[in-house]
Design a binder for this molecule. Structure first.
Ligand SMILES: NC(=O)c1ccc[n+]([C@@H]2O[C@H](COP(=O)([O-])OP(=O)(O)OC[C@H]3O[C@@H](n4cnc5c(N)ncnc54)[C@H](OP(=O)(O)O)[C@@H]3O)[C@@H](O)[C@H]2O)c1
Length: 288
């Protein structure tokens, strides 16, 4: 199997490259140089050049506040580019796996969203990701959409390493604050990538929620990170109105899967177990 991964330098993309290689498949790590999503019309060139069996479309504009301020940009990068890629893949007769987000629901629920729940995006980012899903579904009958939870993990140089960012924040000695009214499912990017690769292996189709088990507030999540790092820093639980944001992000973004049993798969481990396992590796990569 030859698997092309867009956004391969990103947090999840990088883990996917490693998971694909661990499976013994060929990985093609595509970057902005291979295809700039701002030029959707060049998607066909990318697919024609590498002729993958499966493309995992991870690349996206992931800056939620930028998307809110620049809706045309969000649509171009997250929806129009996805539509062009879907068309190119359909024409080539190969498969598309689209990475979507836990953030596409209204956030009004207080129990984890399932694949059977109806999305109702609240932000421009979420709308652009969900519209990307719809473009994929209408173009590629054999699609797989994987909605992932709040991702953590990655190397120390990974720009979006949430654990490393909290460690550095704690080291400043300044008071730390975190929201106690935003809820989600923290998910180790490695676990998400391994699960996505397993779903590809069994040719799973449709929508899949991919997240470590558990529902937690941002505040409890950050406390959990500091505890796992053996930090004595404390974090004040505050209302999210303390963090001024352009995007009205939903209060509740936790997801879980009702489809695991269809595929004969166990739920992913709890976010606490995943974090503990990541921190073991993280300690090793932190030590020169
Ligand atoms: N992180 C989360 O908690 C989370 C939660 C739910 C869903 N997701 C979804 O998961 C996927 C991966 O997220 P992530 O956190 O791994 O994101 P990330 O670290 O921000 O990586 C995004 C990747 O997209 C690439 N990219 C952005 N704009 C591009 C453009 N115009 N042309 C080509 N490539 C471009 C980036 O390239 P550069 O490296 O060159 O910047 C980067 O490699 C995304 O689809 C995201 O919507 C993430």
């Amino acid at each position: 199997m030859r698997i092309l991964i867009t956004g391969a330098a990103g947090l999840l993309g990088n883990e996917l490259v490693q998971s694909v290689q661990a499976k013994g498949w060929e990985s093609i790590a595509a970057s902005r140089v291979d295809w700039d999503l701002a030029k959707p019309e060049e998607a066909a060139y990318l697919i024609g050049k590498y002729k993958p069996d499966v493309t995992v479309h991870c690349a996206a504009e992931t800056n939620v506040d930028k998307c809110e301020l620049e809706p045309d940009w969000a649509k171009l990068i997250n929806e129009d580019a996805t539509a062009a890629l879907a068309a190119a893949i359909q024409a080539a007769g190969s498969r598309l796996v689209y990475i979507s987000s836990c953030g596409i629901f209204s956030g009004d629920s207080r129990v984890s969203y399932l694949e059977t729940d109806i999305p109702k995006p609240r932000t421009i980012y979420a709308a652009s990701k969900y519209h990307g899903e719809l473009r994929v579904q209408e173009t590629n009958p054999d699609f797989l959409v994987c909605r992932v939870g709040w991702l953590f993990g990655g190397s120390l140089t990974q720009k979006k390493n949430f654990v490393e960012a909290r460690r550095k924040e704690a080291l400043t000695g300044k008071p730390m604050m975190s929201a106690n009214d935003k809820w989600g499912s923290p998910t180790w990017a490695k676990h998400a990538a391994d699960r996505i690769v397993d779903l590809i292996d069994i040719s799973a189709g449709g929508v899949a929620h991919v997240a470590n088990a558990g529902v937690v507030s941002r505040h409890e999540y950050v406390c959990g990170i500091l505890a796992a790092l053996n930090s004595t820093a404390t974090v004040q639980a505050v209302d999210s109105s303390n963090f001024k944001r352009a995007a009205p992000v939903p209060d509740f973004e936790a997801i879980s899967s009702v489809r695991n049993k269809d595929w004969g798969m166990s739920p992913l481990p709890s976010w606490q177990e995943a974090l503990a396992d990541y921190v073991k590796i993280y300690a090793a990569i932190k030590t020169p």
